[in-house]
Design a protein around this ligand. Structure first.
Ligand code: ADP
Ligand code: ZN
Ligand code: ZN
Length: 749
């Protein structure tokens, strides 16, 4: 039996001596790791008629003061509350978040079993998490000073340009923007006025007004839409979720642009989600070039102020198109017209820490709730989305060809058992590469593993370089002479002798991009080799520089990881070489096969995007392995059909809903024991509980990890089990254990 003391602690914030229950009570989502709202009393004398959900308040919580979000106004007092503390300060005089976003965040908190206050923190820009009123956006403008207003303008006769600028400033109460001044006057002119004390650069609050659709002008590219494109545009202008399944280079972006044009003409906004890697200047440029209305972006490279400014423009309707990565799904829109998720299969839409949400799934939910079309686009749809399309929950729209006479690349297989590879390349591959380079083209060599070699081994005693924080081997980075763990980042100098037997018999095993690059340099000394992976793109502008070098189009060999595979348009590439097809297909992760097939199809799609015909050369030891011979012979869709059979047989998504609870601890067994106790006695019809078991890589970053899986045909039942589980785990001592719950996981299952 809980004592009344701890009821009070759980249901109203602790401390405080007031027992007043007469004031109006509001529910507040406070950013603390507890899965509930907290009741607070509105201070006496406050005009409660102006109080609404979506306003922020400063509240005492224990000994801290925190910024929380009002989620409900005038609620009955919690039945068992003894003390209800007053709000310390109401930060906003009107809601900062609109009702649809509040309800989306609350949906997340409940569906992902996450503390609501922390869900709000995830969903809003950092600026709003601070205990301060909403900052007003300001812009520097050149304004006329008091002296400037009163001076005799005729006295400036000898400086006619200054005279002209001053007379413009006199009639502009809010002054002129830098660009407006620069359009007609040089810097010297404005400086002249400033030095005379007639004008000054002043920060003026920025007016945010909705864009005007009447001013829209559209810069069309000259092309005739294909019948499939036209049909897709027609269908996807209607509410509902649409899966745009278009082969690589089939003109999906053109479909998005046409749909957006339609929406903008009605004065509505478009939200476009792109994978992290997809938010390239090229993409943004294409949208800006097409439409005269404001396009704003949201990504991790921006400062808090920049993000907040764009967030406000979206919320208040002055931004017409918002292009952003995962977290942009929470951006409020004044007047939503369409939600687009490009490359919907991409793993970056899933957040894998904190609030473990899927931005793709939230887009579908948000579209349904606001009655606007949602378009999920991909050349390689995820199994879930394709399944939903075949069940007619989503409408399937296909683009099966590339525009004009551009052909999909031809695929060739090299059997590595017949043609052994040296430095990653079999001799037929090398011959073909020479042919393409000699014809003036570029070749892309794909290997999804960076570093020199994934294993360093001693021939004399079989020692292998291991990470002491993880159950993983260290990758050799030869150029830096270091061994690095790709899981925790720890590193060591490259040993010259075996640390175990002291012999000088260490050999690198396996191929990373660095090793392939080295081999290519010896085999193709006359061609530039451009390596693109996490190691060569660490510097902020490095990727852009490499991309610029590639798009010059002169013959070159690009070698890289999945960074090269996604969404890029490299017009010079006519040959794509898959160094090792077999790598991704043998993994314990249930999504691994699907991901590998997507990656192969996407990287293959980089070949021959313009007039020049493309080829994909696939090296494998198992040319007859069923899964990928299907993929290669019959394409991605047939592959999915086979994958579905396998998923159904193993009771995996999309045939079952799953959730994974994970725990980790410094001590072996602690995490596992914790999960055992938290799952004890949970017995819900139609819910299977698998485990707990040690995770695939049990030790990682010094923590021992365990996992338990919940699976069911019924979402309701699954959530009932999860609620029970979270409740039981709350009752246990968490000391030394970190727990997380992942609903609809996409990793490490
Ligand atoms: P995706 O987004 O499917 O990769 P894009 O929309 O980028 O494809 O189109 C690929 C290329 O084909 C682009 O250069 C685009 O301008 C061009 N394109 C798209 N649709 C057509 C069309 N109907 N006729 C001619 N060219 C087109
Ligand atoms: Zn040894
Ligand atoms: Zn490690």
């Amino acid at each position: 039996m809980p004592t009344s003391d701890n009821i009070a602690r759980h249901d109203a914030p602790e401390g405080g001596a007031s027992t007043d229950k007469t004031g109006i009570i509001v529910n507040v989502a406070v950013p603390v790791p507890l899965r509930r709202h907290f009741a607070y009393r509105v201070p006496d004398g406050y005009d409660i008629s102006s109080l609404e959900p979506g306003m922020r308040v400063l509240v005492s919580f224990g000994r801290r003061r925190l910024t929380g979000w009002i989620t409900a106004v005038d609620v009955p007092p919690p039945y068992d509350a003894i003390v209800i503390k007053p709000i310390d300060q109401i930060l906003d005089d009107q809601p900062v978040l609109p009702p649809d976003i509040i309800s989306l965040v609350q949906w997340c908190a409940s569906y992902y079993h996450h503390p609501p206050g922390e869900a709000f923190s995830t969903a809003v820009p950092a600026t709003l998490r601070k205990p301060q009123p909403v900052p007003v956006a300001v812009k520097k403008r050149l304004v006329c000073t008091e002296t400037g207003q009163q001076t005799d303008i005729g006295a400036l006769r000898k400086a006619p340009k200054q005279q002209g600028l001053l007379s413009s400033l006199r009639v502009a109460p809010n002054g002129l923007e830098k660009a407006e001044v620069a359009a007609s006057y040089s810097n010297a002119i404005s400086t002249g006025l400033i030095n005379r004390g007639f004008a000054s650069w002043t920060e003026i609050p920025e007016m945010i007004i909705p864009f005007d659709p009447a001013t829209l002008s559209v810069q069309h590219e000259h092309m005739t839409l294909s019948g499939e494109q036209a049909a897709a545009i027609e269908a996807a202008s209607k509410p509902g979720t649409h899966l745009l399944f278009g082969v690589t280079g089939s003109g999906k972006t053109e479909v998005y642009l046409k749909l957006i044009e339609h929406v903008l003409r009605q004065g509505q906004q478009a939200l476009v989600l792109v994978p992290e890697i997809g938010l390239t200047p090229q993409t943004i440029e294409r949208f800006r070039r097409r439409f005269s209305l404001p396009v704003v972006t949201m990504h991790s490279g921006m400062t808090d102020n920049e993000r907040f400014a764009n967030w406000q423009k979206a919320r208040d309707g002055s931004a017409a198109i918002i292009i952003g990565t995962r977290s942009s799904i929470f951006i409020p829109l004044k007047n939503p017209g369409i939600l687009i998720v490009d490359e919907e299969h991409d793993g970056s839409y899933k957040q894998n820490d904190g609030l473990r949400y899927s931005a793709r799934d939230l887009a579908v939910l948000r579209g349904q709730r606001s009655g606007v079309p949602v378009v999920l686009g991909s050349a390689t749809p995820s199994a879930e989305s394709f399944h939903n399309a075949t069940n007619e929950r989503y409408q399937l729209l296909r683009l099966t060809t590339r525009p004009g006479s551009i052909q999909l690349p031809e695929q060739r297989i090299v059997d590595l058992t017949q043609h052994p590879a040296e430095g990653g390349l079999a001799s037929p591959t090398e011959t073909l590469m020479r042919r393409h380079l000699d014809a003036g083209n570029q070749v892309l060599v794909f290997q999804n593993r960076r570093g020199f070699s994934p294993v360093l081994m001693c021939l004399s005693c079989n020692w292998r370089a291991q990470c002491n924080q993880c159950d993983a081997q260290l990758t050799l980075h030869r150029r830096e002479h270091r061994l690095r763990c790709h899981h925790c980042g720890s590193q060591l100098p490259e040993p010259t002798r075996c640390p175990s037997c002291n012999e000088q018999q260490l050999i690198p095993l396996g191929l990373g991009t660095e090793r392939i690059e080295q081999h290519l340099t010896t085999r193709f000394p006359n061609h530039p080799i451009i390596r693109v992976d996490r190691d060569t793109t660490r510097r902020k502008s490095a990727f852009a520089e490499l991309r610029a070098q590639i798009t010059e189009g002169t013959p070159a060999i690009l070698v890289g990881t999945q960074l090269l595979a996604k969404g890029h348009h490299f017009p010079g590439v006519t040959l794509v070489v898959i160094v090792d097809l077999d790598a991704g297909f043998y993994s314990a992760d249930f999504k691994a096969t699907e991901r590998t097939a997507q990656l192969l199809t996407q990287v293959g799609g980089r070949a021959g995007r313009e007039e020049r015909e493309g080829t994909v050369m696939i090296q494998t030891h198992f040319p007859n392995e069923a899964m990928f011979s299907k993929l290669i012979d019959h394409g991605y869709e047939r592959f999915l059909t086979d994958l579905f059979a396998e998923r159904a047989a193993f009771a995996l998504p999309p045939y079952r809903f799953i959730a994974a609870a994970r725990a980790e601890s410094r001590q072996p067994e602690t995490a596992l024991g914790f999960l055992k106790r938290s799952t004890q006695g949970i017995n819900i019809p139609d819910v299977d509980i698998l485990g707990p078991l040690p995770a695939n890589m049990e030790k990682r970053e010094g923590y021992y990890r365990a996992q338990v899986l919940f699976t069911s045909h019924q979402r309701m039942q699954l959530h009932e089990a999860l609620t029970r589980f979270m409740h039981q785990s709350d009752e246990l001592s968490r000391s030394g254990v970190r727990l997380s719950l992942d609903v609809d996981p996409t990793d490490n299952i």
